[in-house]
Write a protein that binds this ligand. Sequence first.
Ligand SMILES: NC(=O)c1ccc[n+]([C@@H]2O[C@H](COP(=O)([O-])OP(=O)(O)OC[C@H]3O[C@@H](n4cnc5c(N)ncnc54)[C@H](OP(=O)(O)O)[C@@H]3O)[C@@H](O)[C@H]2O)c1
Length: 289
Amino acid sequence: MSSPHDAVDSRTVFKPDIFKGKVLFCTGGGSGICKAMTEAMMHHGANAVIVGRNRDRLEQAAKDLSKATGQQCIPAQADVRDPQSLKDAVAKTIVQLGRIDFVICGAAGNFLAPISALSENAFKTVIEIDTLGSFNTVKATLSHVRASKGSYIFVSATLHYRGTPYQAHVSAAKAGIDALSAVVAIEEGPHSVRSNVIAPGATAGTQGQTRLTGRSMSDGTKKTFPTGRYGDVKDMANATVFLFSDAASYITGQVLVVDGAWESLRPPFLPYPESVVDPDSFNSLKPKL
Ligand SMILES: NC(=O)c1ccc[n+]([C@@H]2O[C@H](COP(=O)([O-])OP(=O)(O)OC[C@H]3O[C@@H](n4cnc5c(N)ncnc54)[C@H](OP(=O)(O)O)[C@@H]3O)[C@@H](O)[C@H]2O)c1
């Protein structure tokens, strides 16, 4: 079954210059979903700073993004767990690009592990990267986003809407992120700052998805998705362009689920109860931290 709604390039829908003169600061922008979000913003005129720990990958991604869009993309190496390194990345942004209008809090870590095998340190690390890292990013950028009357997007997930086995750490972390965004919307609304969450479903071709399932999404299971296709990074990028655009000026404090209605249907993604009774039967379930 083919889908009547394929993922499209944002340029087929939105004007090319809607973010002209604007600056995006994106954690996790060196790869996957957040790189695609950054690329789309740049295709519509924004310059960008991408943040991550791996300098080589970040530099390559910045070159790729600049080449693909003709806009400026600057790599800023930082660990979102370290507030000072984020403040340094923000300072670099202001020196080189002069302002920050939009922030994507997208840096995250994930792996599969049942609570019985999840170390305290592994749980803490995911909370530190996802939830605390998002808070640190807000703290480091807020004065600039207020000055530009800008907007935040937090990248969450749908795992925590139900009990998802092997995902206690990420479920707790993403629930915290959703709560954080809601408070940013309420506290910063009077300062003309908006804040929303994008909650992607399983997105084909991403690190996050292959890390969780241990394999790429194959054509065979596509038909079990309500839309007849998998999520694409372009779907997340298009939601980003919309939410940061003036067309969304009255949309704040919201969670936009971009999953083709998968969450409404989602069966257990690991065999249940076998996977919780015998975790050792799944090699990919070992904690990696
Ligand atoms: N892929 C999916 O199907 C899916 C589904 C639901 C939600 N999501 C969410 O979407 C976002 C992107 O996912 P993805 O699959 O595209 O993942 P990804 O390619 O692994 O991206 C994660 C990014 O975060 C950065 N990062 C990790 N830890 C960091 C730290 N301590 N400091 C700074 N940067 C850090 C990584 O760069 P470095 O390693 O260089 O630091 C990497 O660029 C995540 O928030 C994820 O939870 C993804």
